[in-house]
Design a protein around this ligand. Structure first.
Ligand code: GLN
Length: 174
């Protein structure tokens, strides 16, 4: 997705020193417990926290869980955003779903829906402090938030053809 956007060089990051040359970072989906444990094992946890102090960080799905301060269970977190998240909030793998979202912060976001792909997704139980909700499902469940240079989405924008969320993130970098 990033490579499709002009002027962006995208690289993969696995080690702390690879953070140095970046302008922004996306923590992808996956399994938040595994990502959190591996981050600790590879001494990435503190460098990631420092990175977020200075530069834009976007967590999708499992990445959103890692960035939350509260998830209600004990697992390694970065604990960066004033959000309460519930893991697997919509049920098991077969309850994964897709839904069109109206996300006003995106280009034409009020009229042109963004297709949300939710895979064993978490939900936002609460956005508090400086965190601001930016997207919700038709039933009112919040599914994306921003806090300064920090962005979280419960869904996977990289699994659509729509680059608007990535464009929005690049806007935080610029
Ligand atoms: N269910 C995963 C978790 O709790 C997140 C799934 C995903 O990233 N698509 O970590």
């Amino acid at each position: 997705m990033l490579q499709r956007l002009t002027g962006v060089e995208a690289v993969e990051v696995r080690l702390p020193q690879e953070l140095n040359r970046l302008d922004g970072l996306i923590i992808p989906g996956g399994e938040s417990t595994t990502i959190g444990k591996l981050a600790a094992m590879y001494q990435l946890t503190e460098p990631l926290r420092r990175f977020a102090d200075e530069k834009p960080l976007w967590g999708t799905c499992a990445g959103m869980i890692l960035m939350a301060k509260e998830v209600g269970i004990d697992q390694p977190l970065l604990g960066l955003m004033d959000i309460v998240v519930e893991r697997n909030a919509f049920g098991r793998q077969k309850e994964s779903f897709e839904e069109d979202l109206y996300v006003k912060v995106l280009e034409k976001g009020a009229s042109k829906p963004f297709h949300g792909v939710f895979i064993r997704s978490p939900r936002l139980v609460e956005t508090k402090g400086k965190a601001i909700e930016i997207a919700r499902l038709a039933n009112g469940t919040p599914v994306a938030a921003r806090q300064g240079n920090l962005l979280v989405t419960a869904f996977h924008p990289e699994l659509t053809d729509d680059t608007r969320f990535h464009q929005y993130f690049l806007g935080l970098i610029k």
